[in-house]
Design a protein around this ligand. Structure first.
Ligand code: FES
Ligand code: FE2
Length: 462
């Protein structure tokens, strides 16, 4: 086994970093610009959390690999000869050179371009040029393998990794709300990831890009041009019926919901009716189904998501930075690249059961929505950059962001199965929850402390 130098990545002293109080819905702008806070985020959030790596269909064969990040730690996610998926830090153990330079591919070994150290798919150091002549055989090859992530696991084919050996299991980490987020991609059964991940950089803090995914307030204004050209149906995008689910550790879902009456109509569909509706092109399907939720596997889906989760058709965020979007067909990572820069990645997954026409229509819709060519993200990115940059001004930064919409105005309902939700209008509950949990992650020195001090998912008035 490779030598595993696993320090607790979150344990560095943070006594001199001021973590602002965010519980009153007022957000101190330093959280978007302070380099010390940013460093603490890398240690106590990204290095500690379960981070999304890839879908199993992106690396189906032995030797397939995909490069991703845990914060600013680059990792190679690779399927070994044994079929197992591992996550290895992409840094040569000799002088730290980035080992794998391609974003994805297939290989039998990883050979460093600097001095040629060669590693196997399991991270073991297989070869050292000049081992006998120059090292005089005085190097313990076994000890110099690639550093592996502490844990790698998947939920229904979606792979995650953590650098912290104390992290809870992925299943527990996701909790009810995180699992609903992933289940929302599986309403049609098994999915396949499409080739290509769209990537672009926006000059904004990563948290602004995250809190925006719950923001159904901006749609009418920011995306006015998209609706004027007929791309968006604004009424459907900003309905007055919204649901928020707040999960422990910061996971959340916020946005439109299926009302109980609409869900009863979906539940009453026969299997034949579901299949007939499911075969329609997307635009037609939306006319006959009451909402965006696809009904084909309603019974299975409901069992997996729960009676409340199945009605939450808004945007899930798996804390810290995985957004599931676009009718469950796109996933976006907001990867931190310094306090004022974020790399945005877009993955596409589609049901294996889609007909060629459905697939074509969905691809067209996706390409026009998000990613560098998406109508929506161009509008968003501009606003996020300006919101971040204004936090640099000596006086401007003294004025906090306002995140108080609907604060204290709504009630968390607990259904008979124990699922919690807020049924309301456009609001900022999920944003406040995200920042509250963000501060708790930063304050706790390690996983045991975080688990002991985190807020439980709220009940009662919020
Ligand atoms: S840095 Fe990789 S072999 Fe020297
Ligand atoms: Fe937007």
């Amino acid at each position: 086994m490779p030598d595993h130098v696993q320090l607790n990545p979150a344990a560095e002293d943070a006594a001199d970093v001021l973590i602002p109080d965010v519980t009153g819905g007022l957000i101190d702008r330093s959280i978007y610009t302070d380099p010390n806070l940013y460093r603490l985020e890398l240690q106590r959030i990204f290095a500690r959390a379960w981070n999304f790596m890839c879908h199993e269909t992106q690396i189906p064969n032995a030797g397939d690999y995909f490069i991703n990040f845990i914060g600013e730690d680059q990792v190679i996610v690779v399927r070994g000869e044994d079929g197992r998926i591992r996550a290895l830090l992409n840094t040569c153990r000799h002088r730290g050179n980035a080992l794998c330079r391609a974003e994805l591919g297939n290989t039998r070994t990883f050979v460093c371009s600097y001095h040629g150290w060669t590693y196997g798919l399991d991270g073991r150091l297989l070869g050292i040029p000049g081992k006998a002549d120059f090292y005089r055989n005085q190097i313990d090859q076994e000890k110099w393998g690639l550093a592996p992530a502490a844990k790698v696991d998947h939920y229904k084919g979606f792979y995650f990794a953590t650098l912290d050996p104390e992290a809870p299991s992925l299943f527990d980490y996701l909790g009810d709300v995180g699992r609903i987020g992933i289940e929302s991609m599986l309403n049609h059964g098994e999915v396949v990831a499409l080739d290509g991940v769209q990537k672009n950089v926006i000059d904004c803090n990563w948290k602004i890009a995250v809190d925006n995914l719950f923001d159904w307030y901006h749609v009418k204004v920011s995306h006015n041009s998209a609706s004027r050209v007929g791309f968006l149906n604004q009424a459907a995008m900003m309905p007055m019926t919204q649901m928020v689910m707040l999960g422990e550790l910061g996971h959340a879902i916020g946005g439109p919901m299926v009302t109980r009456e609409e869900q009863a109509r979906i539940d009453a569909l026969s299997d034949d009716e579901r299949i007939a509706i499911d075969r329609l092109p997307d635009a037609e399907r939306l006319k006959v189904t009451p909402t965006l939720r696809r009904p084909l596997r309603s019974t299975d889906t409901k069992a997996a998501m729960g009676p409340v989760g199945v009605r939450a058709t808004g945007h899930p965020n798996i804390f810290p930075n995985l957004w599931i979007s676009t009718r469950g067909m796109q996933m976006s990572l907001r990867l931190p690249r310094g306090p004022g820069r974020t790399e945005i990645w877009w993955f596409t997954v589609m049901p294996k059961s889609f007909t060629p026409e459905q697939r074509r229509a969905a691809k067209k819709f996706i390409t026009h929505s998000f990613g560098p060519a998406g109508l929506l993200e161009q509008d968003d990115g501009e606003n996020w950059s300006q919101s971040t940059m204004a936090g640099q001004g000596v006086v401007s930064r003294r004025y906090p962001h306002n995140m108080q919409m609907a604060m204290g105005q709504d009630e968390v309902l607990v259904d008979a199965t124990g699922q919690k939700s807020i049924e309301t209008r456009v609001n900022e509950h999920a944003q406040r929850w995200t920042y509250r949990c963000w501060a708790e992650w930063l304050r706790a020195r390690d996983w045991p402390e975080l688990l002991a001090t985190r807020s439980p998912s709220p009940i009662g008035r919020v």
